[in-house]
Design a protein around this ligand. Structure first.
Ligand SMILES: C[S@@+](CC[C@H](N)C(=O)[O-])C[C@H]1O[C@@H](n2cnc3c(N)ncnc32)[C@H](O)[C@@H]1O
Length: 468
């Protein structure tokens, strides 16, 4: 092929590609006379080719000054799956100054899927760039059943980079799961209320039975039902709750935590009241414990419904004494960590269920939700039904099991039924438990054609034992 032709025919790209890839000299000439951009284009579109023809020329391109060209040459060479190329790939993987090129080289080594490449991949785990390491890990996962490789991979759990930890934990979880029978049947927890400490109850439950949790944990020392000897003790208690919750939640399913900073009132006028940033502290605990952060939703209430904090400021307007009225709470949305996409969770359901569960028009389009609070004589912090409905409809399917570990008045259970879901509730306080009982048993209070089972700690344990 004439050089002139190559240039003139640059619009007939498929033709040029076909001719250069079947003719070493044409390829050579193209490289010699073309701009970097044209070479990049050619390498991107090269497709399959015969190794004998282009291998030598592609190897030469590994020395090109343009990093993109070096990376693309590697990508094409990797298609050959030729173990003889291992040392060339490794040379680049260890020495190239561009991390993009080193990543491509690590991927090329992995694509060889050869036992000979195992040691080389292990060497690449020392790279500084986490992406190079991730490529090496992917390559090594092919040999995850080899004892030595498994050991090396598990050691990477303590790597400081979170994406690397995720990759290893995902592999480790899968391994554990394949060795363990996961009890999928959650029927015995359908429409059940337990009067006991939620941590005790959760510890009795099998793995992976809950589809969605929406809860508002007790506020630190702001209400009678939530007295802890220190803020640290309070956070430790919730750490245990979220840990237990993680185990009993199905893979990839959601946890929505409603919380807001609280003020613990001052002991006298000489002291300041203290404000505790609960949502910010909970976030760290949740993500360290296997929950993946998904969204922050702000629940906004009318200002008239909020406690007035700025009376003092209103009179004298002195800077630093400014205190806005709190009219928002957080809904922090998390997903049980998994390497599966949301689509994987959706595919677990029959088409009719997905169809019936579709969210109707009028849904919230932003993360600011204006919802009026609900005041109740029976409980000082009840969920508005509208809030429960949104969370249930956006984060679960019809028939799912929805859990509130801190059930209070039991509103979540009531809305779960109205949304054709099942509920599971735990509440430690006897009086609140009685209110929940009357909610589901008093005729006309909440019309129902379903059975609700009520337990204390002992009877719940017996029920679990019977089902073992
Ligand atoms: C903020 S309120 C939740 C109110 C609830 N969202 C509603 O709609 O009524 C927290 C509730 O958690 C309960 N609680 C506190 N510690 C608990 C524990 N260890 N186990 C179960 N419930 C607990 C309290 O009695 C209180 O009713």
């Amino acid at each position: 092929m004439q050089n002139k032709n190559i240039k003139e025919n640059s619009k007939l790209y498929p033709d040029i590609i076909n001719s250069v890839k079947s003719d070493e000299n044409a390829f050579k000439k193209f490289i010699a006379i073309s701009s970097d951009g044209e070479i990049v284009k050619l390498l991107q579109k090269l497709g399959r080719f015969e190794d004998a023809i282009l291998q030598v020329e592609l190897l030469k391109l590994l020395k090109n000054s343009n990093a993109k060209i070096r990376a693309l040459a590697l990508k094409n060479l990797a298609k050959l799956g030729d173990v003889n190329l291992l040392s060339s790939f490794m040379n680049i993987a260890l020495n190239d100054k561009s991390t993009d090129v080193r990543r491509e080289a690590a991927s090329a080594v992995g694509r060889l899927r050869s036992k000979t490449a195992k040691k080389s991949l292990i060497k690449l785990l020392d790279d500084k760039d986490p992406k190079v390491i991730q490529q090496a890990i992917r390559g090594l996962l092919v040999f995850k059943h080899d004892k030595d490789v498994k050991l090396v991979l598990l050691k990477m759990k303590s790597h400081p980079n979170d994406q690397i930890q995720d990759l290893i934990n995902g592999f480790d979880e899968k391994e554990k799961k394949s060795n363990r029978l996961v009890k999928k049947n959650s029927d015995i927890f359908h429409n059940v209320v337990v009067n006991a400490d939620t941590n005790v109850v959760m510890k009795l439950m099998p793995d992976e039975v809950i589809d969605l949790t929406f809860t508002s944990p007790p506020y630190y020392n702001a209400r009678d039902y939530s007295i802890y000897s220190s803020y640290g003790e309070y956070l430790d208690f919730l750490r245990e709750v979220f840990n237990n919750l993680l185990r009993i939640t199905r893979e990839g399913r959601f946890l929505v935590v409603n919380s807001s900073p609280v003020i613990v009132p001052r002991v006298s006028r000489a002291h300041a009241s203290r404000r505790y940033p609960i949502p910010f502290d909970l976030h760290g605990i949740l993500v360290q414990n296997g929950w993946e952060f998904i969204d922050d939703i702000i629940w906004v209430k009318p200002e008239a419904s909020a406690k007035n904090r700025n009376a003092g400021f209103l009179q004298n307007r002195k800077p630093l004494a400014y205190k806005p009225n709190s009219i928002s709470e957080m809904l922090m949305v998390y997903r049980k960590k998994t390497d599966k996409l949301i689509d994987w969770n959706i595919r677990q359901y029959p088409k009719e269920i997905v169809q019936k569960s579709l969210v109707k028009d009028g849904y919230e389009t932003s993360n600011i939700w204006y919802v009026d609070p609900t005041f109740s004589k029976k409980h000082s912090a009840v969920f508005p039904k509208e809030l429960c409905k949104k969370v249930i409809e956006y984060y679960s399917f019809i028939g799912d099991l929805v859990f509130d570990p801190f059930a209070g008045s039991g509103t979540l259970g009531q809305v779960a039924i109205e949304c054709n879901r099942k509920f599971f509730l735990t509440e430690v306080d006897k009086n609140y438990f009685s209110s929940i009982k009357s909610l589901f048993t008093t005729p006309n209070l909440f019309q129902s054609d379903f059975d609700v089972a009520f337990f204390n700690q002992k009877s719940f344990r017996d029920r679990i034992d019977k089902n073992k």
